[in-house]
Design a protein around this ligand. Sequence first.
Ligand SMILES: [Ca+2]
Length: 318
Amino acid sequence: MNKIILDTDLAMGAPGSDIDDGFALALAHADPELQLELVSTVNGNTDVDSATVLSLELLRRLGVHDVPVVKGAATPLIHPETRRPAPQEVTGSYGIGLSPAPGYAPALLAEKIMAEPGEIDVVAIGPLTNVAAALAIEPGLASAVKEIVIMGGVFLGITGESGMPGEFNVWSDPEAAAAVLRSGARQRWVGLDVTLQVRLTRADARRLSSAPGDFAPFAGAATQAWIDHQRRNQPGSPQDQDSCAMHDPLAVAAITHPELITWADARVDVITGDVPGRGMMITDLLRSANPPAPNARIAVAVDASAFTQHFLNLMGSL
Ligand SMILES: [Ca+2]
C-alpha cells in the first residue's frame, strides 16, 4: 500500500472548469494500491477557496468521509497581487456542511511526513507553492518524504505560446518549482511531453456517462463540457484535438504503475523572475562527457493506451 498526499488546485464540479485534478483525486481513491492520507489545496487553475470546497464536495460525491482536506497557499510565492477572489457562486454552493481541517497545508504536509519518515509520497498536481513552503519550514522534509511526484514542466519541447512558453503549474510559481528542484528530495516529474498524449475522447466520456454509480456519469458530463470548452477557447492547440488530456491522473498513476512511463535521469533548472522565459525548464539529459549531477527523473515517453485502459477500468467502478 502506498500512502500519498495529493496537493491540488482542483476545480472539477464548477461549471466550465478544468477536470483533470478531479479525475486524479478519483483515481487516488479508486486505486486499491493507494491510500490517500490528505488532500491539500493550492491556488492555480482556480482560487484556493474554490479548490478547497470543490475538493470537499468531490470527496463527498465519491463517498469518502475519512480523508481530511486542508487549505494551502492563496498566491504564488512572489506575486501576492495575483490573488483572485473566490466566486460566491462556488464557495456558497459547494461543500455545504463540510469543513477543511484546521491549519495550513504546508504545516500539515510537514507534520504528516515527519511522523512517518520514508512512508509518504506527495503527488503535486498544482503549482508547487505548498510543497516549497513545507520544505522551507521543515528542513528534514526533503529526506523524510518518500518521493515527490509532480505534474509539471515541459522538458523536451515548448508549448509554442509566447505568453506561457512552459507548462502552467511551473509557470504559475516557478520560484516554488526551483525550491523543489534544489531541495534534494527524491522527485519525478510528469510533464506535458507525456501528459498531452493521454487523452479522454468524447466516446470515453459517453461510456462514463452511461456507467452505473455516482461519480462516472457526473465525470462523463464534465468531460464533454471540458472538451467543448477547449474547442471554443483553444481550437487546434495541443490541448484541444476534440478530446482532453489527463495530465494530473498520469502523475497519480505513476506511483503504482511507473512502468507506464519511460523515465530519464536529468539535471533540471527552471527560469524564474519576470522574464519572457518564466517557467521554462532547462533540461540536461546527462549526455556530455562531464554531466552535472541529476536532481530529478523526468517522464520522456508513455504507453498511452495502457494508461487509458487502467484509468477507465477504475473510473467505471465509481
Ligand atoms: Ca492541477
